[in-house]
Design a binder for this molecule. Structure first.
Ligand code: COA
Length: 329
């Protein structure tokens, strides 16, 4: 398959207004601003209100991207959504976004790959464009993780934030700009390092789910950390090799924003200097599938990405899943 087949059009994001600082957690359990900042790099994260559902946040962001492209919701051929914190389990999150947005001509479905969900969704959208299934595709990463975080577990509750990011994908318009390579990888044997057992058919609502806090995200933080650094650095190499590029060609690395120490260690291992790494984990915490499209939108608006920029996106998350994409803007 000869690339580029697809390119990124306008980006947009929606960030809830309410901010939770580290001091807010000092009221909930034994922790401190110093501990959280030193171990995670997070200063604050955004908490969605009751009205700011995933469908609402994703729709607001999608409207902005469509406006910028001069399109209407009816012009959208498909909506592909990465999320791990659905508003409801059935129908898919994408169906509810389609309804609120009024994208009546779009096929809509979710891609389940946790924090790597956005990059997996980009890959699916590229395939749809390659096969002629659709031309204007909204690729969304959106999360309301603060509703499935366990506020009795200080090691995970501090990490998560809410928000939505979107990219309008479309066929590549010239032979050089667009997605140059994609690398996707999964190791389901490590699924128990980061999971949420309650509410599915295996552990339906009831006494067991209640007792085990099965409704909430559980994570073996230290183990996940080790895998994240090793696998994200490898994913950077893999996507660059597939694109026929080297680290020196990269203008900006946008890694999944989980933890500043993971980001810095990944960049160091991959040989990418700090000034070429986009970081906003301090302001948003870990927004899972939303983290890369939010960072991408910020980077575009801040002028850190422009026509011709080589951008490397790299994600890692539950599954375990990981992924990387090289794109010439
Ligand atoms: C979660 C994470 C911040 C914990 O940091 P860590 O340095 O690994 O800490 P540990 O879990 O080993 O715990 C060390 C100590 O800090 C304590 N601790 C945990 N959370 C704390 C908090 N919020 N405040 C204060 N102390 C805390 C632990 O209880 C433990 O105490 P102990 O030694 O007395 O038992 C870290 O493991 C991490 O970021 N992992 C990756 C998480 C991630 O980003 N996952 C998403 C990938 S998509």
């Amino acid at each position: 398959m000869k690339r580029p087949i697809a390119e990124f059009g306008p980006t947009a994001c929606y960030i809830p207004t309410k901010v939770a600082t580290n001091a807010d957690f000092e009221q909930m359990f034994d922790t401190s601003d110093e501990w959280i900042l030193e171990r995670t790099g997070i200063r604050e994260r955004h908490w969605a209100s009751d009205e700011e559902t995933i469908a609402f946040m994703a729709t607001e962001a999608s409207k902005r991207a469509l406006d910028e492209a001069g399109l209407t919701p009816e012009d959208v051929d498909a909506i592909v959504v990465g999320t791990a914190s659905w508003d409801r389990l059935l129908p898919s999150q994408a169906c509810d976004i389609q309804a609120v947005l009024g994208a009546t001509n779009a096929a809509a479905f979710d891609v389940g790959a946790a924090c790597s969900g956005f990059l997996y969704a980009v890959s699916v959208a590229e395939g749809m464009i390659a096969s002629g299934t659709g031309e204007q595709i909204l690729v969304i990463g959106a999360e309301r993780l603060t509703r499935i975080a366990d506020y009795t577990d200080r090691s995970t509750a501090i990490l998560f934030g809410d928000g939505a990011g979107v990219v309008l994908m479309r066929p590549a318009t010239d032979g050089t700009r667009g997605i140059l390579s994609i690398y996707l990888k999964t190791d389901g044997r490590l699924g128990d390092l980061l999971y949420r057992s309650g509410g599915g058919s295996l552990q339906p609502p009831g006494e067991v789910m209640e007792r085990e806090h099965g409704y909430f995200i559980k994570m073996a933080g230290r183990e996940v950390f080790k895998h994240a650094v090793r696998l994200m650095a490898d994913a950077c190499d893999q996507a660059l090799r597939r694109a026929g590029l080297t680290v020196d060609d990269i203008d900006l690395l946008i890694p999944h924003q989980a933890n500043i120490r993971i980001i810095e260690a990944t960049a160091k291992r991959a040989g990418i200097p700090k000034e070429k790494v986009y970081i906003n984990v301090d302001r948003f915490g870990n927004t899972s599938a939303a983290s890369i499209p939010i960072a991408l939108d910020e980077a575009v608006r801040a002028g850190r990405i422009g026509p011709g920029s080589i951008v490397l996106l790299v994600a890692f998350g539950g599954g375990l899943t990981w992924a990387s994409i090289v794109i010439r803007w």
